[in-house]
Write a protein that binds this ligand. Sequence first.
Ligand code: FAD
Ligand code: NAD
Length: 478
Amino acid sequence: MSDKFDVIVIGAGPGGYVAAIRAAQLGLKTACVEKWIDEKGAAVLGGTCLNVGCIPSKALLESTHQFHNAQHADVHGIMTSDVTMDVKKMVARKDSIVKNLTGGIAGLFKANGVTVLQGMGKLQGNKQVEVTAADGSTSTYAADNVILATGSVPVEIPPAPLTEGLILDNEGALNIDETPKRLGVIGAGVIGLEMGSVWARLGTEVTVLEAMDDFLALTDKDVAKEAAKLFKKQKLDIKLGARCTGTEIIDGKEVKVKFADAEGDKEIVVDKLIVAVGRKPQTQGLLADDSGVNLDERGFIFVNEQCETGVPGVYAIGDSVRGPMLAHKASEEGIMVADIIAGHHAQLNYDVIPNIIYTHPELAWVGKTEQELKAEGVKVKVGKFPFAASGRAMAANETEGFVKIIACEETDRILGVHMVGAIASELIGQAAIAMEFCSSAEDLQLTVFAHPTVSEAIHEAALAVDGHAIHMANRKKR
Ligand code: FAD
Ligand code: NAD
């Protein structure tokens, strides 16, 4: 038996590394186990988010958005010609951002005294963790508390088996280094829309096959409808009710994608195909038979509201447990669990977790949708304000979309905020703060928003809840 720790975290993604740092800050002797290694054999920190998820995808989205803006700068009187994109340079920039950030986590671990244990972690009985290093050697560590933060992996589907350079999961999709002429995407979810947008902006013909008949089925209907309209304008060809039935590699360089929709069997030929049909919890090899930890019926590690498993002192957080697969949700669970271990009271408000899809314009929401609330029988009042009526949005040439605020008819409390807009990812934080403090629509109506700002649309949407928006005809009958 090697060292004993107060806390061992398995997994160094945004759930695990944040939990480890917080635990160490609280004076707990902490280790973090990570199986991912780089070419030099060192642990790769940051998990999916930093390495093959949030950050690299946003780097590519930002680069291609800047390219699009440069091509359309004439609207401001800036005349450009022959704007070109060096895709290899764009990908290299993305890689350097990833390197910078993951190196930063190593620095934070060092500064906080978190011990990194490189290897595959396995939870055994009695809170012991076996770590198998890349060279096959094993060591076993004891801990008073263990936090499982092993994240998720992409779902694969039999009709589209991953094929080097041609049929790609989200990791492969981030490494495409020349503009494909034709790109197919299976799944019109978050990854499909974000990665589809990256390449559509560079001129790729993008076809997205979505099995469901409804577009963005879980999103507020107004947002989904507006987004569908805007994506069509951006030439993202999204085919609904289209289920992939098979793929065939042609001459080692193209992919024939067969699918079936309401009209029957069809096929398209593309240069690359991205499979983005969801992710599943990563628990393979994690739990020894005597660990005492159970999975739920969908394969997630079973936990209570405080992220504790059935074994006292063993917690699980992030993508490997129920709830949205989001980096900020994973991190906040990590903080909550570290605080609980240190003896503090801590909880996470699962009702107020913002969601964002980083297309352009962005889609963002927090709280419940109008259809969810209606299904629950809650009487609501809704205020909507279009960015087309915002002076600042006009100045920025970003007038697409709206802010929609849903409040309880009886109590006026804000129950959901939904947006489509150029900087919705930044604005949604204001809505989350309001909801975290249980604001009413009136609270936002009484808040002074600076002029001219895009966030005034939140103020106006709150006023519109009662039919009083100033810069829009919206008077409600009394
Ligand atoms: P992970 O980040 O998956 O980390 C788990 C870590 O555990 C990994 O490093 C893994 O190697 C390690 N591990 C697993 N098993 C073991 C073991 N047995 N022993 C040792 N180590 C182990 N979310 C957002 O909020 N915003 C976004 O913009 C966003 N964009 C995304 C874009 C893409 C393309 C993808 C794929 C995901 C995106 N996500 C985004 C989701 C986000 O990345 C995840 O929700 C988040 O990374 C989950 O964090 P985690 O710590 O639970 O798991
Ligand atoms: P997703 O759940 O967002 O979307 C998957 C889509 O694929 C769904 O619309 C589903 O109906 C469709 N689908 C499933 N099987 C299909 C099939 N056989 N044929 C055609 N369509 C099919 O999943 P994702 O886009 O893979 O992303 C995975 C997770 O990563 C998301 O749940 C999200 O939480 C996270 N993520 C978040 C962000 C962000 O926060 N901006 C970005 C990327 C990923």
